[in-house]
Design a protein around this ligand. Structure first.
Ligand code: NAD
Length: 406
């Protein structure tokens, strides 16, 4: 009897989870052996993490136990951290020494913070957008309020919160925080005017590349809640409780959240793939150039949008679609067919702004290209979150982890 093909998927983010769930669904029982390897025993919703970071959602609500959504009869889950990938020998080694052979490998190991060479980021700012990372942010924020209150000499920097980067992550986080600040002030008996919130952005606008009317809506709303924007103002260095701007201004702040973008997991470059900021420019069928059996998806992959001639942003939406496409391609290759080119379908881009506020564009049916603001954007954003849960784990997952769109 022929040996079953071994499919190994690295990383249980949006791309990896979707690849495994689609392989399980589409592959006949026993047709291949599927192994998912990931650091944690849970998958987490990276696009929800601004909420637990600001303390407006329990961290547990943003994560899903992998074994609850994957079918253990159809795939194996291994909790572990990949330490190396040997493309020639077709082997993956974990930090604990376990070795996995593969016939097909899907690399979906996500991203880490990009600093663009700014010194002090890793030592003095919160930069890990993970469940463990955002728990620490939330605890630190609450501690700053209690510390300020309990000290006989108050230090203004204790209640100064700086967000570096007015991209999606920075805006969504400050949206949640600015919504929660009045409640924190009330709880900790702190006067509201003592809290300072800054968003510092290097580009000439917040949310670069976004529709100017939507940017204006977001900025007005956040400014109304007390957020101060410093636009066209790159950060040049971060020190302990101090942000130094390129124009020489210094902002003392005990809480610095770094959100200036991401780069692919270092594993990519360590494995010898040619990469730009840790992202591999993949072939149209999502394989790494020159590789027959290695697919790279999600934040570690780079694809050029031919309409704009710029890379597609590393979003959850594209990672999920890539996960499904990779499952189809592997299935076809196993059956002796060929792999097809992948084309992302952008269904919309929506950013939450805290509370029941959001804004963005949607690209589906009668709403094609429409700008949405406030409650309607909030509704669509949560419906799209629920659509993902439905695809991943069916109605059971929507009922346990789903979002209330109203
Ligand atoms: P981003 O690249 O979208 O934004 C980072 C911002 O930081 C940019 O505006 C950049 O000009 C700015 N910046 C860079 N260096 C700086 C410096 N030294 N000082 C000040 N500002 C600086 O990155 P992100 O927000 O981390 O998001 C990463 C990716 O994830 C993006 O592709 C984003 O679209 C995606 N994302 C999507 C959603 C969503 O769809 N809801 C949510 C979060 C993130």
């Amino acid at each position: 009897m022929a040996k079953k093909p071994q499919i190994v998927v690295l990383g249980a983010g949006y791309g990896g989870m979707m690849a495994v769930s689609q392989l399980q669904k589409k592959m006949g029982s026993g047709e291949a052996h599927i192994t998912l390897i990931s650091k944690h025993k849970y998958h987490y919703q990276t696009t929800w993490l601004h909420e637990p970071a600001a303390g407006t959602m329990k961290p547990d609500d943003a994560r899903i136990e992998i074994e609850k959504v994957l079918n253990s009869n159809r795939s194996s889950f291994v909790q572990g951290t990949v330490s190396s990938i040997d493309k020639e020998a077709k082997k993956v080694t974990l930090q604990d020494g376990q070795v996995f052979d593969y016939d097909y490998l899907v690399i979906a190991v996500g991203a880490k913070a990009e600093t663009f060479g700014v010194e002090g980021v890793f030592d003095h700012s919160y930069h890990k957008w993970t469940i463990d990372g955002v728990r620490e942010v939330k605890d630190h924020i609450e501690f700053q309020f209690s510390k300020y209150r309990n000290e006989s000499i108050h230090h203004d920097e204790d209640l100064t919160f700086v967000v570096a980067g007015a991209g999606f992550t920075g805006i969504e986080f400050i949206g949640e925080l600015s919504e929660r600040v009045p409640k924190l002030c009330e709880f900790y008996d702190v006067p509201r005017e003592k809290v300072k919130m800054y968003v510092i952005e290097a580009a000439p606008t917040a949310l670069p590349g976004f529709d100017p009317e939507l940017v204006e809506y977001a900025m007005n709303l956040l400014e109304h809640r007390g957020v101060e924007f410093k636009i066209n103002t790159p950060i040049s260095e971060v020190k302990d409780s101090l942000v130094i701007l390129k124009d020489g201004e210094e902002i003392p702040a005990s809480t610095i959240v770094w959100a200036t973008g991401v780069r692919g997991n270092p594993l990519i470059e360590e494995a010898g793939f040619e990469a730009m900021r840790g992202r591999v420019k993949v072939d149209p069928d999502l394989r790494a150039p020159g590789e027959e059996s290695v697919f790279i998806i999600g934040d570690c992959s780079l694809m050029i949008n031919e309409e704009t001639e710029r890379p597609f942003p590393p979003t959850a939406q594209i990672a999920m679609q890539q996960g499904s496409a990779v499952a189809e391609n592997i299935l076809s290759l196993i059956k002796g067919g060929s792999a097809s080119a992948f084309k992302p379908e952008i269904l919309g881009t929506l950013a939450s702004l805290g509370g029941k506020e959001a804004m963005g564009t949607v690209n589906v049916s009668f709403l094609k290209g429409k700008k949405l603001y406030g409650r309607s954007a909030y509704f669509m954003k949560h419906m799209s979150d629920n659509r993902y849960l439905m695809k991943l784990g069916g109605i059971g997952l929507v009922l346990t982890k789903g979002r209330n769109p109203f």
